[in-house]
Design a binder for this molecule. Structure first.
Ligand SMILES: Cc1cc2nc3c(=O)[nH]c(=O)nc-3n(C[C@H](O)[C@H](O)[C@H](O)COP(=O)(O)O)c2cc1C
Length: 197
């Protein structure tokens, strides 16, 4: 009934030449699932992973994906998205300062939106997964529903709580397997957001 009402309103709106304001709640816009991928990156590794996450999100038909540095995100981006993915370099076993500043800043309540997280870090055992968990913890505290990637390997199915790529000299850069995990994360979070809507 509500869906029908919104469909009628959408037709009236388009014929009257106006559209739902950007700040309207996602369910009221009558459009696609909006996915926001935010990241911080000083030397490019987290940006590369973020691009893979965005690529995975875009692979879901009907997804509208915005990729931007966390410093460029405003309240309008947050209010209008249905899913939010945040990527960070690992700094001393946790999130990088710009990501922490973003999380701690005055932001709209994100309740009922779907979240995911990813991180890069120089070394194994350096805390990448703790950085992912720090982001997910903040999302949960902000009322969000969090999701990780799902994998299948020779019939064995398993999940993860995010994606963490090693970039230091033992395993330099973000390799193809890590990029693929990023794509899987972006796709899964987008599909969960779509089903939830
Ligand atoms: C201040 C600082 C602290 C860091 N601390 C860690 C750490 O605790 N664990 C780790 O694995 N890597 C650490 N690193 C390495 C970065 O996480 C790693 O190089 C990352 O991939 C950089 O991402 P970017 O290229 O997107 O900037 C640190 C780097 C900096 C600059």
């Amino acid at each position: 009934m509500r869906t029908t009402l919104w469909a009628v309103l959408a037709v009236l709106a388009s014929s009257a030449g106006w559209a739902a304001p950007l700040s309207a709640a996602p369910a009221e816009r009558g459009d696609t699932v909006r996915v926001l991928v935010l990241y911080h990156s000083d030397t490019g590794h987290t940006r590369a992973l973020a691009e893979a996450v965005a690529e995975g999100a875009r692979s879901v038909p009907g997804a509208h994906v915005v990729l931007k540095p966390v410093q460029e995100a405003g309240n309008a981006d947050l209010e209008t998205c249905d899913a939010l993915l945040i990527g960070t370099p690992t700094f001393w076993g946790s999130v990088a300062t710009p990501v922490k500043e973003f999380i701690d800043g005055q932001r709209p309540f994100m309740g009922d939106k779907v979240g995911g997280a990813f991180a890069t870090g120089g070394s194994d055992g350096g805390g990448k997964e703790l950085a992912v968990l720090a982001v997910l913890t903040a999302m949960l505290n902000n009322g969000m529903i969090v999701a990780g990637p799902h994998y299948e390997d020779e019939g064995f199915r398993f999940g993860g709580f995010g994606v963490a790529a090693t970039t230091g000299k033992d395993d330099p850069g973000v390799d193809e397997a890590e990029l693929e995990r990023g794509r899987v994360l972006g796709e899964r979070v987008t599909r969960v957001a779509m089903r939830y809507r």
